[in-house]
Design a protein around this ligand. Structure first.
Ligand code: CO8
Length: 222
């Protein structure tokens, strides 16, 4: 399967690269929110665009050759999924979720959903919530040793999720053959806003490859 790489990066360089990735993404994330909220006139907008284009040119001066970041394994055994749309360290579209795994199998994350994630007025877009649930349910299954690709994700939206501080949590519920079933929810200060069940399937090609352990690891986002 393409898109998976092993890179010989030492701990210190990894730390430095992580800091750079985090800083750029956070700056652009702030820029996205500012773009949604700005009310500057055309002249000020034109000036801002010039600056944005100049910044983009700097970033383009040295880039990865492919159109995706992929999944990169480090020599210390950790891996980077920096392009991931929900947890990606270097993806400004990602909130990003910093998922914590408790000893009892609960995966959870608390994060801010700003104006970039709006659907109904003042509320988080339902599709964005689906992406977050997809990720955290999948991560819970993976962390419990039963990773897979999302086959089916079922969501019940119970009430609107206000923009602001949001919590997502999930756990592996059961394993049925090649299917891992995880359950989870989104909540705010007002209580549970969405509940989900996901069926994650270790794909046929992975099951038949004879290298299930490596592929299970590659499929996961940890
Ligand atoms: C893990 C880390 C976190 C990840 C979070 C992010 C997750 C993602 O975003 S993944 C991206 C979105 N998902 C995808 O792109 C998946 C696309 N679909 C596929 O690749 C395949 O259809 C896949 C892997 C789901 C199933 O294919 P395959 O392995 O050939 O299935 P197959 O052998 O026919 O069936 C195996 C079992 O799964 C069941 N099944 C197959 N497809 C589905 C489905 N979509 N939903 C539910 N069950 C299914 C079958 O009924 C069968 O069940 P049983 O063993 O009880 O008979």
């Amino acid at each position: 399967m393409s898109g998976y790489f092993t890179e010989d990066i030492g701990a210190q360089e990894l730390q430095e690269r992580t800091a750079v990735a985090t800083d750029i993404a956070e700056a652009v994330r702030t820029l996205i929110a500012d773009t949604v909220l700005t009310e500057v006139d055309a002249s000020a907008a034109a000036t801002a665009i010039e600056h944005i284009e100049a910044a983009a040119e700097i970033l383009r001066s040295r880039q990865l050759p492919d159109d995706s970041f992929g999944v990169r394994f480090n020599t210390d055994g950790t891996k980077r999924t920096w392009g991931n749309a929900v947890i990606g360290t270097r993806n400004p579209i990602a909130p990003p979720l910093d998922v914590v795994f408790d000893d009892d199998g609960l995966a959870w994350a608390e994060f801010e959903m700003g104006p970039a994630y709006e659907g109904p007025a003042g509320l988080v877009h339902g599709g964005i919530l689906a992406a977050i649930l997809d990720q955290i349910l999948g991560s819970a299954a993976e962390h419990a040793g039963a990773p897979g690709m999302t086959g089916t994700l079922t969501i019940r939206y119970r009430q609107g999720t206000k923009l602001g501080k949001v919590r997502a949590e999930a756990r592996l519920d059961r394993v049925e053959g090649v299917k891992s079933i995880a359950v989870g929810r989104i909540s705010t200060a007002e209580g549970t806003t969405a509940e989900a069940e996901g069926i994650f399937i270790l794909p046929r090609w992975a099951r038949e490859s004879g290298a299930a352990d490596k592929i299970r690891k590659a499929l996961s986002d940890g």
